[in-house]
Design a protein around this ligand. Sequence first.
Ligand code: NAP
Length: 263
Amino acid sequence: MNFKNQTIWITGASSGIGEALAYAFSSKGARLILSARRTNELERVKSHCAYPEQVHILALDLAEYHDLNQKVKLALQQVDQIDILINNGGISQRALVQDLELPVLDRIMQVNFFGAAALTQALLPHFLERKAGHFVCISSLMGKFSSPLRSGYCASKHALHGFYDALRAEVHDHQIAVSLICPGFIKTKVSLNALLGDGHKQNTMDPSSAKGMPPEVCAQKILKAIQKKKPEVYIGGKEVMGVYLKRFFPSLLRRMMRKAQVI
Ligand SMILES: NC(=O)c1ccc[n+]([C@@H]2O[C@H](COP(=O)([O-])OP(=O)(O)OC[C@H]3O[C@@H](n4cnc5c(N)ncnc54)[C@H](OP(=O)(O)O)[C@@H]3O)[C@@H](O)[C@H]2O)c1
Protein backbone atom coordinates (compact mmCIF):
# COMPACT_ATOMS: atom_id res chain seq x y z
CA MET A 1 0.00 0.00 0.00
CA ASN A 2 1.47 3.32 -1.02
CA PHE A 3 0.52 6.37 1.02
CA LYS A 4 3.99 7.95 0.96
CA ASN A 5 3.80 11.72 0.58
CA GLN A 6 0.01 11.67 0.76
CA THR A 7 -1.52 14.03 3.31
CA ILE A 8 -4.21 12.41 5.40
CA TRP A 9 -6.42 14.28 7.87
CA ILE A 10 -7.84 12.06 10.63
CA THR A 11 -10.45 13.23 13.14
CA GLY A 12 -10.84 11.36 16.43
CA ALA A 13 -7.11 10.65 16.27
CA SER A 14 -6.55 10.88 20.05
CA SER A 15 -7.85 7.37 20.80
CA GLY A 16 -9.00 4.00 19.46
CA ILE A 17 -9.47 3.51 15.72
CA GLY A 18 -8.24 7.01 14.83
CA GLU A 19 -5.06 6.53 16.86
CA ALA A 20 -4.43 3.14 15.22
CA LEU A 21 -4.99 4.72 11.79
CA ALA A 22 -2.44 7.43 12.60
CA TYR A 23 0.24 4.82 13.40
CA ALA A 24 -0.64 2.69 10.36
CA PHE A 25 -0.53 5.61 7.90
CA SER A 26 2.60 7.11 9.47
CA SER A 27 4.43 3.80 9.11
CA LYS A 28 3.65 4.02 5.37
CA GLY A 29 5.32 7.44 5.16
CA ALA A 30 2.14 9.55 4.99
CA ARG A 31 1.95 13.16 6.20
CA LEU A 32 -0.78 13.51 8.82
CA ILE A 33 -3.08 16.08 10.33
CA LEU A 34 -4.43 14.73 13.62
CA SER A 35 -7.61 16.23 15.09
CA ALA A 36 -9.71 15.74 18.23
CA ARG A 37 -10.47 17.91 21.27
CA ARG A 38 -7.64 16.76 23.59
CA THR A 39 -4.37 18.28 22.37
CA ASN A 40 -2.29 16.44 24.99
CA GLU A 41 -3.54 13.08 23.69
CA LEU A 42 -2.89 14.15 20.09
CA GLU A 43 0.69 15.08 21.11
CA ARG A 44 1.06 11.61 22.66
CA VAL A 45 -0.13 9.95 19.44
CA LYS A 46 2.17 12.17 17.36
CA SER A 47 5.18 11.19 19.49
CA HIS A 48 4.48 7.49 18.83
CA CYS A 49 4.13 7.91 15.05
CA ALA A 50 6.90 6.54 12.81
CA TYR A 51 7.65 10.03 11.43
CA PRO A 52 6.50 12.57 14.07
CA GLU A 53 8.09 15.41 12.08
CA GLN A 54 5.49 14.74 9.36
CA VAL A 55 2.56 15.05 11.80
CA HIS A 56 0.54 18.24 12.35
CA ILE A 57 -1.94 18.70 15.16
CA LEU A 58 -5.16 20.63 14.73
CA ALA A 59 -7.50 20.59 17.73
CA LEU A 60 -11.21 20.82 16.96
CA ASP A 61 -14.59 20.06 18.47
CA LEU A 62 -16.94 18.37 15.99
CA ALA A 63 -19.93 19.58 18.01
CA GLU A 64 -18.97 23.15 17.08
CA TYR A 65 -19.59 22.33 13.46
CA HIS A 66 -20.29 25.91 12.36
CA ASP A 67 -16.58 26.67 13.00
CA LEU A 68 -15.16 23.80 10.92
CA ASN A 69 -14.76 26.01 7.83
CA GLN A 70 -12.16 27.91 9.81
CA LYS A 71 -10.39 24.65 10.72
CA VAL A 72 -10.11 23.73 7.03
CA LYS A 73 -8.45 27.11 6.37
CA LEU A 74 -6.01 26.45 9.23
CA ALA A 75 -5.28 22.94 7.92
CA LEU A 76 -4.49 24.29 4.44
CA GLN A 77 -2.07 26.79 6.02
CA GLN A 78 -0.20 23.85 7.58
CA VAL A 79 0.04 21.69 4.43
CA ASP A 80 0.04 22.34 0.67
CA GLN A 81 -2.78 19.95 -0.07
CA ILE A 82 -4.97 17.32 1.54
CA ASP A 83 -5.44 13.96 -0.21
CA ILE A 84 -7.67 12.03 2.20
CA LEU A 85 -10.05 13.17 4.95
CA ILE A 86 -11.01 10.46 7.45
CA ASN A 87 -14.09 11.48 9.40
CA ASN A 88 -13.65 9.17 12.36
CA GLY A 89 -14.36 11.18 15.54
CA GLY A 90 -17.57 10.11 17.22
CA ILE A 91 -19.47 9.15 20.38
CA SER A 92 -21.81 6.29 21.11
CA GLN A 93 -24.88 5.89 23.31
CA ARG A 94 -26.15 3.42 25.89
CA ALA A 95 -29.72 4.44 26.75
CA LEU A 96 -33.26 3.42 25.94
CA VAL A 97 -35.25 5.93 23.87
CA GLN A 98 -37.49 6.52 26.91
CA ASP A 99 -34.44 7.59 28.97
CA LEU A 100 -32.63 9.61 26.27
CA GLU A 101 -32.78 13.33 27.06
CA LEU A 102 -33.21 15.50 23.97
CA PRO A 103 -29.95 17.49 24.44
CA VAL A 104 -28.05 14.18 24.50
CA LEU A 105 -29.67 13.05 21.24
CA ASP A 106 -28.83 16.48 19.84
CA ARG A 107 -25.16 16.14 20.88
CA ILE A 108 -24.80 12.69 19.29
CA MET A 109 -26.18 14.04 16.00
CA GLN A 110 -23.94 17.12 16.19
CA VAL A 111 -20.71 15.19 16.76
CA ASN A 112 -21.36 12.12 14.60
CA PHE A 113 -23.36 13.58 11.73
CA PHE A 114 -23.19 17.37 11.50
CA GLY A 115 -19.49 17.46 12.44
CA ALA A 116 -18.54 15.01 9.68
CA ALA A 117 -20.88 16.57 7.11
CA ALA A 118 -19.71 20.13 7.84
CA LEU A 119 -16.01 19.22 7.66
CA THR A 120 -16.62 17.41 4.38
CA GLN A 121 -18.52 20.37 2.91
CA ALA A 122 -15.78 22.76 3.99
CA LEU A 123 -13.02 20.65 2.38
CA LEU A 124 -14.97 19.86 -0.81
CA PRO A 125 -13.91 23.03 -2.74
CA HIS A 126 -10.24 22.03 -2.22
CA PHE A 127 -10.91 18.56 -3.65
CA LEU A 128 -13.00 19.98 -6.53
CA GLU A 129 -10.27 22.44 -7.41
CA ARG A 130 -7.67 19.66 -7.46
CA LYS A 131 -9.99 17.20 -9.22
CA ALA A 132 -8.75 14.65 -6.68
CA GLY A 133 -9.38 13.59 -3.11
CA HIS A 134 -10.91 10.88 -0.98
CA PHE A 135 -13.56 11.30 1.71
CA VAL A 136 -13.57 8.39 4.17
CA CYS A 137 -16.28 8.13 6.77
CA ILE A 138 -16.01 5.76 9.73
CA SER A 139 -19.65 4.81 10.07
CA SER A 140 -20.58 1.56 11.85
CA LEU A 141 -22.56 -1.62 11.29
CA MET A 142 -25.08 0.49 13.24
CA GLY A 143 -25.28 2.61 10.08
CA LYS A 144 -26.72 -0.46 8.31
CA PHE A 145 -29.02 -1.89 10.97
CA SER A 146 -30.05 -0.87 14.48
CA SER A 147 -29.83 -2.41 17.91
CA PRO A 148 -31.41 -1.41 21.23
CA LEU A 149 -29.82 1.24 23.50
CA ARG A 150 -28.26 3.08 20.55
CA SER A 151 -31.20 4.90 18.88
CA GLY A 152 -29.43 8.26 18.46
CA TYR A 153 -26.13 6.63 17.55
CA CYS A 154 -27.82 4.45 14.90
CA ALA A 155 -29.70 7.48 13.56
CA SER A 156 -26.46 9.47 13.25
CA LYS A 157 -24.68 6.62 11.47
CA HIS A 158 -27.63 5.90 9.13
CA ALA A 159 -27.68 9.64 8.31
CA LEU A 160 -24.03 9.47 7.27
CA HIS A 161 -24.91 6.84 4.65
CA GLY A 162 -27.60 9.11 3.20
CA PHE A 163 -25.18 12.03 3.02
CA TYR A 164 -22.12 10.24 1.65
CA ASP A 165 -24.01 8.06 -0.85
CA ALA A 166 -25.43 11.26 -2.38
CA LEU A 167 -22.02 12.94 -2.31
CA ARG A 168 -20.39 9.94 -4.02
CA ALA A 169 -22.75 10.26 -6.97
CA GLU A 170 -22.21 14.04 -7.16
CA VAL A 171 -18.40 13.97 -7.15
CA HIS A 172 -17.74 10.85 -9.22
CA ASP A 173 -16.94 12.82 -12.39
CA HIS A 174 -14.52 15.04 -10.44
CA GLN A 175 -12.30 12.02 -9.58
CA ILE A 176 -13.20 12.30 -5.89
CA ALA A 177 -13.77 9.03 -4.02
CA VAL A 178 -16.10 8.36 -1.08
CA SER A 179 -15.72 5.35 1.24
CA LEU A 180 -18.06 4.35 4.05
CA ILE A 181 -16.34 2.06 6.57
CA CYS A 182 -18.65 0.07 8.85
CA PRO A 183 -16.88 -1.56 11.80
CA GLY A 184 -18.56 -3.94 14.24
CA PHE A 185 -17.17 -4.54 17.75
CA ILE A 186 -13.68 -3.00 17.99
CA LYS A 187 -11.76 -3.00 21.27
CA THR A 188 -11.54 0.75 21.98
CA LYS A 189 -12.83 3.12 24.65
CA VAL A 190 -16.05 3.68 22.67
CA SER A 191 -18.28 2.07 25.33
CA LEU A 192 -16.48 3.90 28.18
CA ASN A 193 -17.13 7.20 26.36
CA ALA A 194 -20.70 6.28 25.32
CA LEU A 195 -23.34 8.67 26.65
CA LEU A 196 -26.08 7.57 29.03
CA GLY A 197 -29.55 9.11 28.78
CA ASP A 198 -28.61 12.03 31.04
CA GLY A 199 -25.40 12.79 29.11
CA HIS A 200 -22.95 11.24 31.59
CA LYS A 201 -20.37 8.82 30.20
CA GLN A 202 -21.06 5.11 30.75
CA ASN A 203 -17.45 4.72 32.01
CA THR A 204 -17.49 0.91 31.76
CA MET A 205 -16.19 -1.40 29.06
CA ASP A 206 -18.90 -3.48 27.39
CA PRO A 207 -18.02 -7.20 27.24
CA SER A 208 -18.65 -7.15 23.48
CA SER A 209 -16.13 -4.30 23.04
CA ALA A 210 -13.60 -6.05 25.30
CA LYS A 211 -13.83 -9.14 23.08
CA GLY A 212 -13.81 -7.06 19.90
CA MET A 213 -11.25 -6.79 17.12
CA PRO A 214 -8.01 -4.98 18.11
CA PRO A 215 -7.98 -1.45 16.63
CA GLU A 216 -4.64 -2.14 14.91
CA VAL A 217 -6.23 -5.01 12.95
CA CYS A 218 -9.22 -2.82 12.10
CA ALA A 219 -6.86 -0.04 10.94
CA GLN A 220 -5.05 -2.38 8.53
CA LYS A 221 -8.38 -3.42 7.00
CA ILE A 222 -9.37 0.24 6.67
CA LEU A 223 -6.06 1.04 4.91
CA LYS A 224 -6.74 -1.73 2.39
CA ALA A 225 -10.26 -0.42 1.77
CA ILE A 226 -8.94 3.12 1.27
CA GLN A 227 -6.20 1.91 -1.08
CA LYS A 228 -8.84 0.14 -3.18
CA LYS A 229 -11.24 3.12 -2.91
CA LYS A 230 -14.00 0.73 -1.80
CA PRO A 231 -17.39 2.48 -1.65
CA GLU A 232 -18.48 0.55 1.46
CA VAL A 233 -16.89 -2.11 3.69
CA TYR A 234 -17.93 -4.12 6.77
CA ILE A 235 -15.27 -4.98 9.35
CA GLY A 236 -15.77 -7.24 12.36
CA GLY A 237 -16.70 -10.71 13.52
CA LYS A 238 -20.01 -12.53 13.22
CA GLU A 239 -21.91 -9.27 13.89
CA VAL A 240 -21.26 -8.43 10.21
CA MET A 241 -23.95 -11.04 9.40
CA GLY A 242 -26.51 -8.46 10.56
CA VAL A 243 -26.01 -6.55 7.29
CA TYR A 244 -26.95 -9.61 5.22
CA LEU A 245 -29.76 -10.67 7.56
CA LYS A 246 -31.29 -7.19 7.19
CA ARG A 247 -31.01 -7.46 3.38
CA PHE A 248 -32.27 -11.02 2.92
CA PHE A 249 -34.11 -12.00 6.15
CA PRO A 250 -35.25 -8.71 7.73
CA SER A 251 -37.95 -10.23 9.92
CA LEU A 252 -35.43 -12.70 11.38
CA LEU A 253 -33.07 -9.81 12.22
CA ARG A 254 -35.95 -7.91 13.86
CA ARG A 255 -36.69 -10.95 16.05
CA MET A 256 -33.00 -11.40 16.92
CA MET A 257 -32.62 -7.72 17.86
CA ARG A 258 -35.39 -8.00 20.48
CA LYS A 259 -33.24 -10.43 22.43
CA ALA A 260 -29.74 -9.43 21.28
CA GLN A 261 -26.87 -9.09 23.73
CA VAL A 262 -25.86 -5.62 22.57
CA ILE A 263 -23.45 -4.44 25.28
N1 NAP B 1 -15.15 0.78 18.66
C1 NAP B 1 -16.15 0.29 18.00
O1 NAP B 1 -16.62 -0.82 18.33
C2 NAP B 1 -16.75 1.04 16.85
C3 NAP B 1 -17.63 0.34 16.03
C4 NAP B 1 -18.19 0.99 14.95
C5 NAP B 1 -17.87 2.31 14.69
N2 NAP B 1 -17.01 2.98 15.52
C6 NAP B 1 -16.74 4.37 15.23
O2 NAP B 1 -15.35 4.59 15.19
C7 NAP B 1 -15.09 5.95 15.48
C8 NAP B 1 -13.97 6.01 16.51
O3 NAP B 1 -14.40 5.44 17.72
P1 NAP B 1 -13.46 4.60 18.70
O4 NAP B 1 -14.04 3.25 18.79
O5 NAP B 1 -12.04 4.77 18.32
O6 NAP B 1 -13.79 5.33 20.08
P2 NAP B 1 -12.91 6.19 21.10
O7 NAP B 1 -11.71 5.43 21.52
O8 NAP B 1 -13.87 6.65 22.14
O9 NAP B 1 -12.44 7.43 20.22
C9 NAP B 1 -13.32 8.45 19.85
C10 NAP B 1 -12.53 9.57 19.22
O10 NAP B 1 -13.47 10.61 18.83
C11 NAP B 1 -13.04 11.84 19.34
N3 NAP B 1 -14.17 12.72 19.65
C12 NAP B 1 -15.23 12.46 20.47
N4 NAP B 1 -16.01 13.55 20.56
C13 NAP B 1 -15.44 14.51 19.79
C14 NAP B 1 -15.76 15.85 19.48
N5 NAP B 1 -16.84 16.47 20.01
N6 NAP B 1 -14.95 16.56 18.66
C15 NAP B 1 -13.85 15.97 18.14
N7 NAP B 1 -13.49 14.71 18.37
C16 NAP B 1 -14.27 13.98 19.20
C17 NAP B 1 -12.25 11.51 20.61
O11 NAP B 1 -11.29 12.50 20.89
P3 NAP B 1 -11.42 13.64 22.04
O12 NAP B 1 -12.13 13.03 23.20
O13 NAP B 1 -9.98 13.98 22.32
O14 NAP B 1 -12.15 14.77 21.39
C18 NAP B 1 -11.56 10.21 20.18
O15 NAP B 1 -10.35 10.53 19.50
C19 NAP B 1 -16.41 6.55 15.96
O16 NAP B 1 -17.00 7.29 14.92
C20 NAP B 1 -17.25 5.33 16.28
O17 NAP B 1 -18.63 5.58 16.14
C21 NAP B 1 -16.45 2.36 16.59
